[in-house]
Write a protein of this length. Sequence first.
Length: 384
Amino acid sequence: MDWRSKLLHPDAPPAGFKSLAPSTHRASTTVFPNFAATADATWQKPYTYGIYGTPTTLDLSQRIATMTGGSHTFIVPSGQAGIALINLALLRPGDHVLIPDTIYGTHRDLMRQLITQLHIEATFYNPLGTLSAHLRPNTRLVWFESPGSVTMEVQNIPALMEELRGKDILTVIDDTYSAGVLFRPFDHGIDISMQAISKYIGGHSDLVLGCVTTAPHTDHALYLKLGDTFRILGLTASPDDCTLALRGLQTLSVRLAAAAESALTLARALENHPAIAIVLHPSLPSNPGHSSFMRDFTGPAALFSIVFHEHTTREQTEAFVDALRFFMIGYSWGGTTSVVMAYPDDTRIVAQHGPRLVRFGIGLEYTADLLEDIHQALAVAKIS
Ligand SMILES: N[C@@H](CCSC[C@H](N)C(=O)O)C(=O)O
């Protein structure tokens, strides 16, 4: 074979090689051993087309399904892609979907734009309220997100699931806050969980991925409905990002525990600060849904918000954010570096707390440094 041809045909994988690092298997084309093997090449069979998964993506899928107690996990390009997959796979024109008013912002946009354009009714409910008054004969899907990822309300999932008992309504939770480990959706009878792997599982702010996991009590038809929509939407994930996520899983428990401890220390240190009206952290008794959190969660994550007193202006809140030195200004939390964000234009949040809410995603910095940074930024912004 000419050298030009030899360079185009890979040799067999090295036998006997094994390392401790997750392998990265990339593919568009996966090679069939013979033509007969192409006969039943579907997305459900491993390694028929790179878009359906490689050994790397399927390893991540299996590990997340096992970690969360799920049946099947689909790895998708982002958490938002997972949200879209669930809604587009399970809703049809004429259906009704219920979403908590605290849902992730881009999820709200999906509901108000694409879902509505598909003649699907999307209505919002108070995450701390009940469902019955909102249910309709055409309600097909109810979403939970607990805690709300900015205002931190914890939903009473057992009570809400009791309201849905015996009804032909699927339930799904955005479980990103708990990383699939601090809360056990399937133990509460929820049918599907999704999370942004981008956050705690990736854990280093260097990838965007999502996952959708079906509960062990769900039927194969649900798996097929999600999988076929996954296929026709082409929601494939990068094996390189999956390798980073596999590495992130290895340290998830210790990173989450350390960041959560730091976040709770900061929340408690700020709880009685004269400049702060309320600290929104699920572990604090003052937090909306605190009793549900203490009953249903095994511990907090590292996300919480503060709300300054009513005399604090929007300008002072923004000056506070700008004055922070260790906290990076950004939305996506769950990494090793602490992040901060304000929401002065979010109508829901401003209606509840005014333009004075600031959310912290705590990382792995030395906690005292973070507290000192907050104190110095309060002084710079003249918030008291
Ligand atoms: N509810 C979480 C996760 C939503 S998806 C996050 C990210 N934009 C992604 O697409 O991976 C949140 O509030 O961030």
